[in-house]
Write a protein that binds this ligand. Structure first.
Ligand code: PLP
Length: 371
C-alpha cells in the first residue's frame, strides 16, 4: 500500500535535486572542509555554495548564515544563553518553550503572551511588554500545527521601535512564504532543511549582525568559530540544493498546494457535519489545514487513517507519542476536548488531486464509524 503523505510539516521526503547534489559528497568528495588539500577544498567550496543558496532563499547574505544540525540547535544557541527578559507566546514550538523553561529560576523573566481563537497574539499586549524595557522577543513566523501566519513584519517594526531583539522561528515559513530577511528588522532567525525537501541534519541560524553572535559549540573553530565540529557536508550541500529549488519553485508550489488544500478543506467541511478549521479566516500557510471533528478523538482518527495508508498528525511530531492534546489548539480553543478532536493535514506539491479525493472519502467513512 502506497502511503498518502500529508504530514509535511513534520518532515518532507528528500527532493531529487538535493539527493543528486549530495551523492558525490557521500562518496568521492568525502574531504573535510578544514583540510588544506584538494579534497578539503572541494568540500569547503561546496559548503560556501550551499551557504549562498540558503541565504538566497530567505533574502539574507551568506555571512549571516551559520549552519547547524537542526533548528532546535539554532533556537538553543540563541535562547539558552539569553540574558534579561524574554517575551514569547503560548503557541511556540517545543524547542522554544523548553529552552525557555530551562532558564526559569534565574532572575530573568519569561512572559508568554496568550493567543486569540485564531492563534494570533495581540500586538497591543506585545507593546505593553516592550514598554517595560529591553528584552528578547521569540516568536514563530508560521505555526507548525495550524499554519497560521503571524504579522511578523509589524511585530519586527514594533520590536525595533522599542529596541527589543526579535528572534523568529521561520522553520515553517521558509520555502512556503516570501521571507525577506534583508527587509524585515529581525535580529535572528532559524530555518531547517528537512521541512523543505532537504535532508535531516542540516539547518541554519541566520543573524543580522554576524559579529554579535557568541560561540555555542567550542572546538576546531568551524562556522567562523561559533559552531565547532566538522561540518555535515552532504547534508549542507543537500540543503543548499533544496533551497535553490524552493526559491525557483515557491510560487508554483504554493499555488498548486493551496489549490489541493482548499479542495481538501472545503470537501471535508461540506461532507462531514460538525467540522471546523482551526485558524480559519487568518492568513495561513497554503499547505496546512487543521480540522476539528466534533465527537471524534483525533488520535483514534489519525490511527484509523494510518491503517488505511494515510499519514497525518494530531499535533507537533515531538508530541505525537504522548496523549496530551496540542498545546497550540488548547490555547486557541480554550478547550481540552476541542483540541483532542482535531487533526493536521500538511500537504506538499507532491500530492495529487486523486490522493486528496481518496483522503476525503476515507476521512468521511472513518468519522462516520467513530461517531
Ligand atoms: N520550529 C518549528 C516551527 C518546527 O515545525 C520544527 C520542527 O518540527 C522545529 C522548530 C524544530 O526543527 P528541527 O527538527 O530542525 O529541530
Amino acid at each position: 500500500m502506497q502511503t498518502i503523505y500529508l504530514d509535511n510539516n513534520a518532515t518532507t521526503p528528500l527532493g531529487a535535486e538535493a539527493l543528486e547534489a549530495m551523492t558525490p559528497f557521500l562518496t568521492a568528495h568525502f574531504g573535510n572542509p578544514s583540510s588544506s588539500h584538494s579534497l578539503g577544498a572541494i568540500a569547503s567550496q561546496a559548503v560556501q555554495v550551499a551557504r549562498a543558496q540558503v541565504a538566497g532563499l530567505i533574502g539574507a547574505s551568506p555571512e549571516q548564515v551559520f549552519f547547524c544540525s537542526s533548528a532546535t540547535e539554532g533556537i538553543n544557541a540563541v535562547l539558552a544563553r539569553r540574558s534579561g527578559r524574554v517575551v514569547t507566546s503560548v503557541v511556540e514550538h517545543a524547542a522554544t518553550l523548553q529552552v525557555l523553561e530551562q532558564g526559569r529560576g534565574n532572575d530573568e523573566e519569561v512572559t508568554q503572551l496568550p493567543v486569540d481563537q485564531m492563534g494570533q497574539i495581540s500586538l497591543q499586549r506585545l507593546e505593553e511588554q516592550l514598554k517595560k524595557g529591553p528584552c528578547t522577543v521569540a516568536l514563530l513566523w508560521a505555526n507548525n500545527e495550524t499554519g497560521v501566519i503571524a504579522p511578523i513584519a509589524d511585530i519586527a517594526i514594533l520590536c525595533e521601535r522599542y529596541g527589543a531583539r526579535l528572534h523568529v522561528d521561520a522553520v515553517q515559513a521558509a520555502g512556503k512564504l516570501a521571507v525577506d530577511f534583508a527587509r524585515i528588522p529581525i535580529a535572528s532567525m532559524v530555518i531547517s532543511a528537512h521541512k523543505i525537501f532537504g535532508p535531516k541534519g542540516a539547518a541554519a541560524l541566520i543573524v543580522r549582525d554576524p559579529d554579535g553572535i557568541a560561540p555555542w559549540i567550542w572546538g576546531g573553530g568551524q562556522e567562523r568559530g561559533r559552531r565547532s565540529g566538522t561540518e555535515n557536508v552532504p547534508a549542507i550541500v543537500g540543503y543548499g540544493a533544496a533551497c535553490a529549488t524552493a526559491a525557483r519553485a515557491i510560487d508554483r508550489r504554493m499555488h498548486d498546494t493551496g489549490t489541493l488544500r482548499d479542495h481538501l478543506e472545503s470537501a471535508l467541511l461540506d461532507r462531514v457535519a460538525d467540522t471546523w478549521v482551526n485558524g480559519a479566516g487568518e492568513p495561513r500557510l497554503a499547505n496546512t489545514t487543521n480540522v476539528g471533528f466534533n465527537g471524534v478523538d483525533g488520535e483514534t482518527l489519525a490511527g484509523m487513517l494510518d491503517s488505511r495508508g494515510i499519514a497525518v498528525s494530531t499535533g507537533s511530531a515531538c508530541h505525537s507519542r504522548t496523549v496530551e492534546p496540542s498545546h497550540v489548539l488548547r490555547a486557541m480553543t480554550g478547550s481540552y476536548q476541542k483540541a483532542s478532536q482535531s487533526i493536521r493535514f500538511s500537504l506538499s506539491h507532491a500530492n495529487t488531486l486523486q490522493e486528496i479525493d481518496t483522503v476525503v472519502n476515507e476521512v468521511c467513512e472513518a468519522v462516520t464509524r467513530l461517531r
